[in-house]
Each structure stands twice: as C-alpha cells, then as structure tokens.
Design a protein around this ligand. Structure first.
Ligand code: 8OZ
Length: 369
C-alpha cells in the first residue's frame, strides 16, 4: 500500500492501488458531491452520465450521496437508488465510467433529521435518533432555504428496517454496476446523528454509551458488508466537522471505538473528512493518526487538499488515497493537470453548484485536449 521511497514526488499520486476486487489507476478520488441534478423521479439524467464520464480518469469516483429509500431524502433533486428506474439510470452512469476505464462507487445516505416534511412520503416528519431539530437549513424549490423539520424519533423496533434499507440499496448499487458503495457516516446525517451526543438522546440500546451510539453504524456496516462483501464497502466519517449542526462532546474516544469495531468488519476503505468540511482543517483538535493506527485497510483523506498536500500525505504514509471535491467540480481532468503541473480551471462565478437545469457549471468545465 505504501509509496516506494524512491518515487518522484508527483509519481506518488499515480501509483495504482488494489481496492478490494478492483485496482484503481491512481491515488486520487472524486469526493461525493451533492449537485441536485436528478430528475423529478430522482433518477440521474443523461447530463449526469456525461458529468461522471468526463471525470473517469480519477482513480475512483465516489458518486454523490444517493437515497436508500423514499424516507431518506432531505434535499431537492438528489438521486435515489431504490426504484427499478433509478437503478437502470445509474447503470448508464457506471457503464459510461467503465467504458472510459474508470472505477466508481456510490455514496449511500439517509439524511435523517437533515430533512423536511416536504421531502417525505405523505408529508410526514423525517426520522432521526431523537426528536431534536437540526439548526440548519435545506432548500425547497419554490420556497428557497427553509429550516430543517422537527424529526420523529425512530422506535427501537423500526431501526432494523432502516438497516435493511441500507442493505437493499447496496444490493441495488451492485445491480446498477457500481464497483462498490460508500456508506455516508458523516455530516450529521442519520448514521452520524446516532453517533453524536448532540443529536442522540436515546435511552435504549442505541443511545447513551459510545458502544450504544455506535450500534446503528455498525449494524448498517455489518448488513451491507454481508450483502455485497466487505471488499466492496467503504465508509465516510467526519469526526470534528460541525456542519449540519453536528456536535459531540468527546469525539476522540467515540471515533476510536468506531474504527476499532470497523477493523473487525474490515470495509475496504475509511474516508475521513479532516476538520470542518469545506472550511478550516484545524477547527478542533483531533488525532487522526491515532484513528488510522486502529485500521489496517485503505485510508482516504479529504478536505482542502492541494496537490502538494496530497503528495505529502501519500509519501509520508499518512494516507493511501486523497479525495478532491471542489477541484473535481471545476477540473474534470484533474489527474492530468497534476501530472503535467498545469493550472486548474477556476469556478464559474455565475453557475450554481446545486441544481440548475442546464450544463453550465456542471458539464461545461473544459478538459484539456
Ligand atoms: C452539500 C449540500 C447538500 C448535501 C454532505 C451530501 O454534506 C452532503 C451535502 C453537501 O455530505
């Protein structure tokens, strides 16, 4: 897994890596990025196919957060993977990426309390570990930004059903041709909300102690790894990111326990957002290397990495892969730009990151000829 000491600096990015059943061509991943471009049936469109096709030279694409069920949605026009038509539409994406020689996982999420009744079947309340609203916003077309709803606490007996939705979505992802799945355990969504004492006030076996708060995450990972094989399952964690009103009084022992238990299930990678997602990397103290020492698989890092930072992380052995978010939005041929020391594209000032119906800011960022 390590990078041979004698390689030239930039070459560290271009060492292939065995990732379970596949080999990725380089150490760069496209981070999962919500773009809200699915159609009204929450299927990826032809434009989404083109967007991922353009980015297939990165070692691994992690396709955007995708709902495991109809109750898992929290934002407008984010895709699902629970209807036959959604699965068929994703197959177009995976075929396009594979035809270019790329590899692609999909991130599976349940947004939990980061939602609103408007996105739920029968306008019911979204579900969460506890009935505590996130002090955060989502976006409803026609209404703009709105406060997240007060969620309903899941009954203990309902939890196995949500675990099963993750299991089924993983099976659907394999049917859709994905090389694997990344379970979204970050950013205050359902799994992360169970982990943290700010959002989990439960008194059953899913709340209270660290072991109890980690139970839901570990049940999901056990179900999904059993369904499709641990060598096709990764997970994303964000130990100290405060996004989406995430709070935890003692993250270091919590995440050490999570990783210690994950080591037993042995997912193919752990993907860690270091610091405040999209913001400062040093917002809170956290010993990421202590986490890494507890896990023997592929370690992927994220958050504001430049080429130089990525090379340093790979050469020092602090990471095996690095994922890039914003740079992959603007620069579809990022590996080539890094390899040849060429500048990246600048973001278009007039193009939406989220939503938008046309290609501008989505599929019209140029690749070099
Ligand atoms: C930005 C907007 C909506 C969702 C995440 C999936 O934070 C997201 C997301 C990001 O992980």
């Amino acid at each position: 897994m390590g990078i041979p000491a004698e390689t030239f600096a930039t070459d560290a990015l271009f060492q292939p890596l065995k990732l379970g059943r596949i080999e990725v061509a380089n150490r760069m991943a496209m981070a999962p990025l919500t773009r809200s471009r699915a159609n009204d049936a929450l299927e990826p469109t032809d434009m989404v196919v083109e967007y991922y096709r353009q980015r297939a030279s990165v070692g691994l694409i992690i396709a955007e957060a995708t709902q495991i069920s109809a109750t898992a949605q929290g934002y407008t026009h984010t895709p699902g993977i629970y209807t036959p038509a959604q699965i068929a539409a994703w197959k177009q994406v995976t075929d396009a990426v594979h035809a270019k020689g790329g590899k692609i996982f999909v991130q599976l999420w349940h947004t939990g309390r980061m939602s609103h009744n408007a996105f739920q079947p029968n306008q019911q309340a979204p579900v969460a570990p506890s009935a505590i609203a996130a002090k955060a916003k989502t976006y409803i077309v026609g209404q703009g930004y709105v406060d997240c709803a007060v969620p309903r606490a899941l009954e203990t007996a309902e939890i196995a059903g949500v675990v099963n939705d993750f299991r089924q979505a993983a099976a659907n992802a394999i049917q859709a041709g994905f090389d694997g799945v990344e379970i979204h355990g970050a950013h205050g969504y359902l799994i992360d909300a169970f982990l943290r004492d700010g959002s989990n006030h439960r008194t059953d076996q899913y709340g209270g102690s660290i072991e109890n708060r980690a139970r839901f995450l570990l049940e999901v990972m056990a179900a999904v790894t059993q369904e499709i094989g641990a060598d096709r399952v990764g997970i994303r964690l964000s130990p100290v990111s405060p996004v989406n009103d995430s709070s935890e009084s003692n993250p270091q022992p919590l995440f050490e326990q999570v990783v210690r238990e994950l080591e037993k299930l042995h997912p193919v990678y752990i993907h860690v957002v270091e610091g405040h997602t999209g913001g400062p990397r040093d917002n809170a103290p956290f010993d990421y290397e202590a986490l890494r020492r507890l896990y023997s698989g592929v370690w992927m890092v994220n958050n504001g990495y430049t080429k130089e930072m990525a090379v340093d992380a790979l050469r020092s052995g602090r990471a095996d892969m690095v994922s890039f978010g914003r740079a992959m939005i603007t620069t579809p041929d990022l590996p080539r730009r890094f390899r040849d020391n060429l500048p990246l594209n600048e973001p278009f000032a007039d193009a939406p990151v989220y939503g938008g119906t046309g290609p501008h800011g989505y599929t019209d960022y140029p690749a070099l000829p």
